[in-house]
Ligand binder design. Structure first.
Ligand SMILES: [Ca+2]
Ligand SMILES: [Ca+2]
Length: 364
């Protein structure tokens, strides 16, 4: 058995105090500062764990503002008091234009009525801007004030696409360049403005590009492939929520193609994390690339003179020397016709002349 030792006890007490301190720091909850009385006077706050140190009137909500980067998710978790009567909280988020992000019943923090209830609001903005200012108002709910002790846990986390440092563009402008491989990326569904991710990849004529998107089970996603001129080559929709979507196209022209992965409010109620897999298969002989439909082959009349342009009546070209032969034959025929018609006439005239002279001679 260890002998009691004052030195060991001191070390244990010190370590214990240190542990408590570290845990305390991790879970540090700070008082939610008093907010402004409107958008103009909104108080800037940073992500953190807050608790109200005063009741907030239901008639006079308090306003805060915070900044979120493109491709970062803002999460606001509100926890009602564990005991009490008519316990309610009411929190609303607004964009820079002071328009509610999710109004009314779509707002997960709208009038949370009941002890210990928790509501979580997530919002994932796209890369349309580098960063966004959002406003948050607390208090001002239905039947009662938001009570002292209500907790607000606010976090901002990266949800960048395919290992980049931002959200893949929602438009043809500035898509993220990728090479064949497997990637992780995010779309907002109903919880944000990141509803499309555009990628760009280099392909060669005759290759087959296959894009496979694996969504979470509740999302119904869409994958569209466009050629370098932004012309749609093929759409593929998930037939049911959770279905893996595969879009495969044969490449008719070397260059870049665009890949759009789409998940809007009709696709998912929540932010989705998806796997994007891109493969490129080399050309296979005998396959006609998309966009280069096989032309109907009209049997060509091949004559000795060479190629004949399709669609035009072929000119009959005779072999060398044939013209002369034809001419000679033609002349011969003409001569024969001439002799056939003129011959008997000449013969009759000759016979006539001979008879005339014979009769004349007899008279003498
Ligand atoms: Ca994204
Ligand atoms: Ca996007």
């Amino acid at each position: 058995m260890a002998k009691f030792n004052a030195k060991n006890l001191a070390i244990a007490v010190f370590l214990g105090a240190l542990l408590v301190g570290v845990i305390g720091m991790v879970n540090a909850q700070q008082a939610l500062p008093k907010g402004g009385d409107g958008f103009e006077t909104a108080v800037k706050i940073e992500p953190g764990n807050y608790v109200t140190d005063h009741d907030i009137s239901r008639k006079v909500p308090e306003y805060f503002k915070l900044t979120v980067g493109a491709g970062q998710i803002l999460a606001v978790k509100v926890t009602n008091l564990p005991t009490g009567v008519d316990i309610i909280s009411h929190t609303v988020l607004y964009n820079e234009d002071r328009v509610m992000l999710l109004p009314g019943y779509d707002n997960p923090l709208d009038n949370i009525y009941g002890v210990g209830l928790i509501g979580i609001y997530k919002w994932l903005p796209n890369s349309g801007q580098d960063s966004y200012v959002y406003y948050m108002s607390v208090g001002g709910g239905g039947v009662n004030f938001t009570a002292e002790g209500t907790k607000y846990d606010i976090s901002i986390e990266d949800r960048f696409d395919v290992g980049s440092q931002t959200d893949a563009s929602d438009t043809f402008e500035n898509p993220v360049s990728i090479t064949p491989g497997e990637y992780t990326a995010y779309l907002s569904g109903k919880e944000g403005t990141d509803t499309k991710d555009f990628y760009k990849t280099a392909v060669k004529k005759g290759e087959t590009l296959t894009v496979k998107v694996t969504p979470p089970s509740e999302a119904r996603m869409k994958v569209t492939v466009y050629d370098g001129d932004r012309k749609k080559l093929k759409d593929e929709y998930a037939p049911n929520p959770g279905a893996i979507v595969t879009n495969s196209v044969s490449i008719a022209k070397s260059g870049d193609v665009f890949i759009a992965v789409i998940c809007d409010e009709y696709c998912s109620e929540n932010v989705v994390k998806y796997t994007l897999s891109v493969t490129i298969r080399p050309p296979v002989e005998g396959e006609a690339p998309i966009g280069e439909e096989e032309e109907e082959v009209t049997p060509e009349v091949i004559l000795p003179s060479g190629e004949v342009p399709s669609g035009e009546a072929p000119e009959i070209v005779l072999p060398e020397g044939a013209k002369e032969v034809a001419k000679a034959v033609g002349k011969g025929i003409a001569t024969a016709i001439l002799f056939w018609i003129a011959g008997p006439i000449v013969l009759l005239i000759v016979i006539g002349v001979v008879v005339y002279f014979l009769l004349k001679k007899r008279k003498k």
